[in-house]
Each structure stands twice: as C-alpha cells, then as structure tokens.
Design a binder for this molecule. Structure first.
Ligand SMILES: O=C(O)[C@@H]1C=C(O)[C@@H](O)[C@H](O)C1
Length: 151
C-alpha cells in the first residue's frame, strides 16, 4: 500500500472562490485538491482530502491517522486553528508529521487569528501564500517522505 498524504481543510473552506476572495483568493477548494492530488500521485503517494465544517469530523479523521497508512498531514484548520484544543490533541495522538497552512497571512489580520493551538506541534507553518501555500507544504511532505524512503 502506498503511503498516504492526507490534506485536511477546516470550516468555511468549502466556500473558497466565493468567500471573501480578496482575503482567501478565487481558487476553489476542488481546484486546490485536484492540483495537490495530481502532484502527490505523480510522486507515488496515495492522496486523500477531507473538508468539514464540523470539528468532530476533523478530530475523528485525525484520530484514524494514528493507525492507518497516513504518512504526512497537511492541514488548514481554518477557524479551528484559534479555538480547537480537541483538534490539537487528536493530531498529537495521531503522531504523524503535519504542516499547518493558512491561505491568508494570519499575522497581518485580527489579533485573535495570530494564536494557533497547533503551530508548536507542526513541522512548519505556511501562511499568506494563498493556494500556493498548500503546494509548498505538499512539496515539503513529498521531499521528507522520499528522504525517509531512501533511508
Ligand atoms: O487563512 C486561512 O486559510 C484561514 C482560514 C480561515 O477560515 C480563518 O478562520 C483563519 O483565521 C485563516
């Protein structure tokens, strides 16, 4: 079975393309996922993308990563970044490496967006690069996994 790269998108990201495009851009979530999937599969990895507006759905998917073939997680927790100890704990329990992505530069926005419950557990954080941030995170994940495979 191929190692899985799991991409997780939090609440309201299903609205990308229509939602405040001046902040979040005009690329739809479907287009973001399609580009990531093609890139991950071309590199020889399985790919899964999940988006949910429900914290429990994301918590339970992160929990499942503890025992499934997930090798790397890329997560934009969206608003749950700033609120969810539950999602933090699930990612910690999963024990898989992850990169935190934000389309916008959260440090240039409202003060409440500058705190993340996840960042200190992450391999790294990408923010402010729009959809490209997901690509950067994926390229890092692929590079890391390929180095791991090379031994
Ligand atoms: O920039 C983003 O992708 C994040 C997306 C959201 O929906 C916000 O709640 C976060 O604060 C920022």
């Amino acid at each position: 079975m191929k190692p899985l790269i799991l991409v997780m998108h939090g609440p309201n990201l299903n609205l990308l393309g229509q939602r405040e495009p001046e902040i979040y851009g005009r690329t739809t979530l479907a287009d973001i996922n399609a580009g990531l999937e093609a890139r991950a599969q071309a590199a020889g990895f399985a790919f899964e993308a999940v988006q949910s507006n429900a914290e429990a759905v994301l918590v339970e998917r992160a929990q499942a990563a503890m025992t499934d073939r997930t090798a790397f997680i890329i997560i934009n927790p969206a608003a749950f970044t700033h609120t969810s100890i539950a999602l933090r704990d699930a990612l910690a329990a999963a024990g898989k490496p992850f990169i935190e992505v934000h389309l916008s530069n959260v440090h240039a926005r409202e003060p409440f967006r500058r705190h993340s419950y996840l960042s200190d557990l992450a391999q790294g954080v990408v923010c402010g690069l729009g959809a490209f941030g997901y690509r950067a995170a994926l390229d890092f994940a692929i590079e890391s996994l390929q180095q791991q495979q090379a031994g």
